[in-house]
Design a binder for this molecule. Structure first.
Ligand code: NCD
Length: 304
């Protein structure tokens, strides 16, 4: 048996551990597990904006009975008083803080925190690198819908290059045996993303008839200088709209990690489409995070 210290990206988890987290998530959705993190001090360190991830980590921690402190960058002695992040987390550990949830615009920042902190660290999104709990809830949503992820045709569409969600979700989908097709223009999807188990498609219309799940992504404009094409060109080639929805098989579900931009990667007809699973993803997100926190703090019964 091994105890997990931290979750930095999805490949920190074995296939068995992924399944154990999914089973725990389902159990928590059915029955309130009670205060499994009773009086465990946790600190959320969010250096970047967040609505969904921040709120659902907070709700998950509170539902498990943890003691929750939220620190935002303006409250820290980091920039203003010259303290390093390593010294900050040594300080938090000395107060008995047991778990940190960290979001930062720099790829690798949560791993740096984990190497200095005597406790558990969960990556809540670092730069364009990884966002493992979002990937877990995406995979869980597909699994709940179709029974298993293996063999599903999953198309991820849009700004893959700048999306930490896409990077983690691609990892997880490959791990669980889905057929992954990435869809987008060269600028958002360089050819070197193609490798075993991943195909690249420039033409969105070509994937519509075969997709079990479509994952849409926001264009992450804060991560690059200039759009290589006009918004109108992007919309014409890659927006999911009423006309494209009509070409999907009846079983197809449409997902989005949020925040979604109406008029860009989707139009309003997607929001009333029968297969739109955004709210379901967000709902699962609270329970996935409860399962991850319990798994890290209380350990797993999975043998490694
Ligand atoms: C994303 C993020 O911040 O990585 N949202 C999320 O956490 N669900 C995606 C985004 O910002 O577009």
């Amino acid at each position: 048996m091994r105890l997990r210290r931290s979750l930095i990206d999805l490949d920190d988890l074995t296939g068995d551990e992924l399944r154990a987290i999914f089973d725990r998530t389902r159990a928590f959705e059915t029955h309130d597990p009670g205060p499994l993190l009773h009086n465990v001090p946790v600190v959320n360190l969010f250096f970047e904006q967040s609505t969904r991830t921040f709120t659902s980590f907070n709700l998950a921690q509170l539902r498990l009975g943890a003691i929750v402190v939220n620190l935002s960058p303006k409250d820290l002695s980091l920039a203003g008083k010259g303290e390093t992040i390593e010294d900050t987390v040594i300080t938090l550990a000395a107060m008995g803080v047991n778990l940190l949830v960290v979001r930062h615009s720099e790829a690798g920042f949560p791993a740096r925190v984990a190497s200095a902190f005597d406790g558990h660290v969960v990556n809540a999104g670092d730069g364009a690198h990884a966002h493992p709990t979002q990937a877990l809830l995406d995979l869980y949503t597909m699994r709940e819908e179709f029974g298993q992820v293996r063999g599903l045709n999953v198309a991820i569409v849009g700004d893959i290059l700048h999306s930490r969600v896409a990077h983690s979700t691609i990892n997880g989908l490959r791990h669980l045996g889905a057929n992954v097709t990435l869809v987008g223009p060269e600028f958002f999807l360089p050819g070197d993303y193609a490798r075993e188990g991943i195909s690249i498609e420039r033409d969105f219309d070509a994937v519509l008839p075969h997709a079990d799940a479509i994952v849409l992504l926001r264009i992450q404009r804060e991560r690059f200088a200039a759009m290589p094409m006009t918004d109108d060109e992007y919309v014409a080639r890659y927006q999911l709209n009423g006309e494209r929805l009509r070409r999907l098989p009846e079983r197809t579900i449409v997902m989005h990690p949020g925040p979604y931009n109406r008029g860009m990667e989707l139009d309003d007809s997607v929001l009333t489409f029968a297969g739109w699973r955004y709210a379901m993803q967000v709902h699962h997100g609270v329970y996935i995070r409860m399962a991850v926190l319990d798994f890290l703090v209380n350990g797993s019964t999975v043998s490694a």
